[in-house]
Design a protein around this ligand. Structure first.
Ligand code: NAD
Length: 486
């Protein structure tokens, strides 16, 4: 339980967001789009400042700050401001015309209310924005808790949004205690992105409070290299997949599974591609994260693992691009999320052995298959337990707003981006209009005419055709006669 001051701060932010939400939701979608567009322009207009803060807080190279965080945010505003109204528009429902005459139905989407957005530090701009932009567009308010490691990015973004949207955006600075207080503050939905361990705590508390929790958690993605892969491109792609953002990506490649028939040719290429990244890899963002990765390397060495490149850093040196092979599956580097520029390599005899290795994992975020034979790669890849499958690439789709980012198993079930994200950021409202003048066929009095009609409907459902339709119409007329004779 957070202390009283922290809880009061979270409660105040929640109350302000709630007070502002109704008026925000009452605006037309077009008006919300206009406001969001202006906020998007302000954010992109300040891209240089934001990039500077990003680099200072995370240590990312400037190019990666733009590629991994800022450019995607531009696409996000373009997508949601351009297509959001269509995705939020009502859906016409089909109501059976014969047995329920005179009715029209539609399903509208309305905001859930206040969404609590709890974010990690590894993409401190892209990750919260891809939840907040569609949430706000849908008419929700948001209370945003950025990571304590990247507070300035979070506050800078929230201020740009507040300049154009007002109190409907609230920001809470602080560590896990503030996150826990936000969970207690009574949101209508919690969207949590972070580690599997914290996610479990948030989900348990959400369940006790009756608040739905969307969870985007850790990963341990496999990359499967088949014997017909384009080896040079695959090596470069996998090296990027392991090392980008110093491996601090929920969907970084942490297990490289290689078909035995190409291992001799592929592994030297992979090692070369990994070594070529050495001077581009930033330091891990916290000492705590470095200690986790170093402990995994020490454990791998103790378990008899063979270093293909990198290894234990000397003294204060950063963890470099590292590959281990010949590791038992119970080694920490095989089983637990590393979140560093390190991966395990396993050589497997055939496609079934590759699949077995890929699925020997509790996480299920992304997976990639690298092959010249796309149907074969798809067939194998669809048997991997993951939320996302990439053929001949890995993980870049986090920046594509029309594709859901989604996991399963220990990676959580949350969805961000794409129309599918609106399934939890909104709730369906059913609206039915009835123009019928006569009493309904299923109302009282019951009796043979109702039974006859229902039997005719079932016969028509089973067999269809003109005769069955005519029988149903006859039964309907008989029923109407009974009803009007009352
Ligand atoms: P974390 O779980 O330590 O923290 C995430 C957020 O939760 C932070 O804002 C933190 O302050 C807050 N928090 C901590 N304790 C809390 C509590 N008891 N109640 C509520 N909030 C609390 O994670 P991290 O170290 O910041 O981020 C790294 C993790 O995030 C990795 O496991 C990574 O795989 C995962 N991640 C997942 C995705 C995805 O889309 N699946 C994306 C990015 C990162």
């Amino acid at each position: 339980m957070a202390d009283d001051g922290v809880q009061a701060t979270a409660d105040t932010a929640m109350a302000r967001a709630r007070a502002a939400q109704e008026a925000w939701a009452a605006r037309s979608v077009a008006s919300r789009v206009r406001k969001l567009k202006a906020a998007g322009e302000a954010i992109l207009g300040g891209a240089e400042t934001l990039a500077e803060i990003l680099v200072e807080e995370t240590g990312k190279p400037l190019g990666e700050a733009y590629a991994g965080d800022i450019v995607g945010v531009g696409d996000l505003f373009t997508y949601w401001c351009g297509h959001g109204a269509t995705h939020l528009g009502p859906r016409k429902a089909r109501i059976p015309a014969l047995d329920m005459p005179g009715k029209k139905g539609r399903v509208e989407r309305e905001p859930v209310g206040v969404v609590a957005v709890i974010s990690p530090w590894n993409y401190p701009v892209a990750l919260p924005m891809r939840v907040m932009v569609p949430a706000l567009l849908a008419g929700n308010a948001v209370v945003f808790k950025p990571s304590e490691i990247t507070p300035r990015c979070g506050v800078w973004l929230a201020e740009r949004l507040q300049e154009h949207l007002g109190e409907v955006v609230q920001v809470l600075e602080g560590d896990g205690a503030m996150g826990a207080a936000l969970v207690e503050a009574g949101a209508d939905l919690i969207h949590f992105t972070g580690s599997t361990a914290t996610g479990a705590k948030v989900a348990a508390r959400g369940a006790a409070l009756g608040i739905p929790v969307e969870m985007e958690l850790g990963g341990k993605d496999p990359a499967i290299v088949l014997d017909d892969a384009m080896l040079d491109r695959t090596a470069r792609g996998i090296a990027w997949g392991v090392v980008h953002n110093a491996g601090q990506d929920c969907a970084s490649i942490e297990r490289v599974l290689v078909h035995a028939d190409v291992a001799d040719r592929f592994l030297p290429l992979l090692v070369e591609a990994m070594n070529a990244t050495a001077d581009q890899v930033p330091e891990l963002v916290t000492a705590r994260q470095k200690a986790i990765v170093v402990a995994q390397i020490e454990d791998a060495i103790a378990q008899g693992g063979r270093v293909l490149c990198g290894g234990l850093p000397e003294g204060d040196a950063p963890v470099g691009p590292t590959l281990f092979t010949d590791l038992p599956r119970d080694a920490a580097m095989w089983r637990e999320e590393s979140f560093g520029p390190v991966a395990v390599v396993e050589v497997c005899a055939d496609d079934e052995a590759l699949l077995e290795a890929a699925n020997d994992c509790t996480y299920g975020l992304g997976a990639s298959v690298w092959s010249g034979d796309v149907p074969r790669a798809c067939a194998l890849g669809k048997r991997v337990r993951s939320g996302m499958l990439w053929i001949n690439n890995h993980a870049f789709t986090g920046a594509v707003p029309d594709l859901p980012w989604v996991g399963r198993g220990g990676s959580g079930h949350g969805i961000t981006s794409s129309p599918e994200a609106l399934l939890h950021l909104t709730r369906p409202r059913v609206v039915v209009l009835d123009k019928a003048k006569a009493p309904e066929p299923w109302w009282y009095p019951y009796g043979p005419s109702l039974e006859g009609l229902m039997r005719a409907v079932v016969t028509r459902q089973r067999s269809g055709g003109l005769m069955a339709t005519l029988s149903t119409l006859r039964a309907l007329m008989a029923r109407n006669k009974t009803l009007s004779g009352r």
